[in-house]
Design a protein around this ligand. Structure first.
Ligand code: SAM
Length: 224
């Protein structure tokens, strides 16, 4: 799916080029489609005004409702792990700003993205539509239950930290599908990859990361 070709200041385009070269390629992300998507999506449109000047910095940034937009490298790394070729139906848990979903829209056939906070879901939907993307649906709900009505998914990506792998997400993976999810404590997780091959579930651990908590029936309990 292509994005609306908007005129934007060269400055942002240059900053994205530098972000991809210095933060993403330099750390070993190689998939040319992922690199191109990271060069294409205007990350600054997903960042609140107060932090916009830092949109292309090598860091996560605060968004509304005490949540975050993930570090660009982590977005690219997790996306590469999904090994998307272009024809997949993908589920994202944790729409947040919608940035990760925009990247996925450029790389897969259709993207379902779930967000538990209604106001975030609504602004993510508006941003994605504003870019001319149409191969997505933003759903409000508890993503630890997955989205069974549209399963199976060739790829599932969870962008919040889980105490354990939610079993319904594994259930909703297609044969040959991949789930990428941060699993661990509330303060430090391991990026975990689960491959479903027939009856076999193969789990591997790829490295450390820090995400806001995945809150829900098969995640952390809500403190509010
Ligand atoms: N992918 C997002 C982006 O590109 O901006 C960043 C996601 S942010 C790190 C984590 C998001 O997960 C938050 O917006 C949070 O509200 C959401 N979240 C936490 N638990 C959830 C759940 N059970 N279902 C859906 N969304 C959840």
């Amino acid at each position: 799916m292509a994005m609306k070709n908007k005129i934007e200041p060269d400055d942002y385009r240059c900053r994205r080029e530098a972000m991809v070269d210095r933060q993403i390629r330099a750390r070993g992300v190689k998939d040319p489609r992922v690199l191109e998507a990271m060069r294409t999506v205007p990350r600054h449109l997903f960042v609140p005004d107060a932090h916009r000047t830092r949109s292309y910095h090598d860091t996560p940034l605060p968004t509304a409702e005490g949540q975050t937009i993930s570090q660009p490298y982590i977005v690219a790394w997790m996306t590469e792990m999904l090994r998307l070729k272009g024809d997949e139906v993908v589920l994202e848990v944790g729409a947040g700003s919608g940035y990760q979903a925009a990247i996925l829209c450029l790389l897969a056939r259709f993207v379902y993205t779930i967000e538990r906070i209604g106001s975030l879901a609504e602004s993510a939907r508006r941003r994605l539509e504003g870019l001319g993307l149409a191969n997505f649906e933003v759903v409000v709900g508890d993503g630890t239950r997955g989205l069974p009505e549209h399963s199976p998914y060739q790829g599932i990506i969870v962008t919040a930290g889980a105490p354990r792998v939610p079993p319904l997400l594994v259930e909703q993976l297609a044969d040959g599908g991949r789930l990428v999810i941060p699993v661990g404590s509330a303060t430090l997780q391991v990026l975990t990859v689960i491959d479903k091959k027939g009856d076999k579930i193969i789990t591997s651990e790829e490295g450390s990361c820090v995400f806001v908590p995945l809150v829900g029936k098969h995640g952390w309990e809500s403190s509010t």
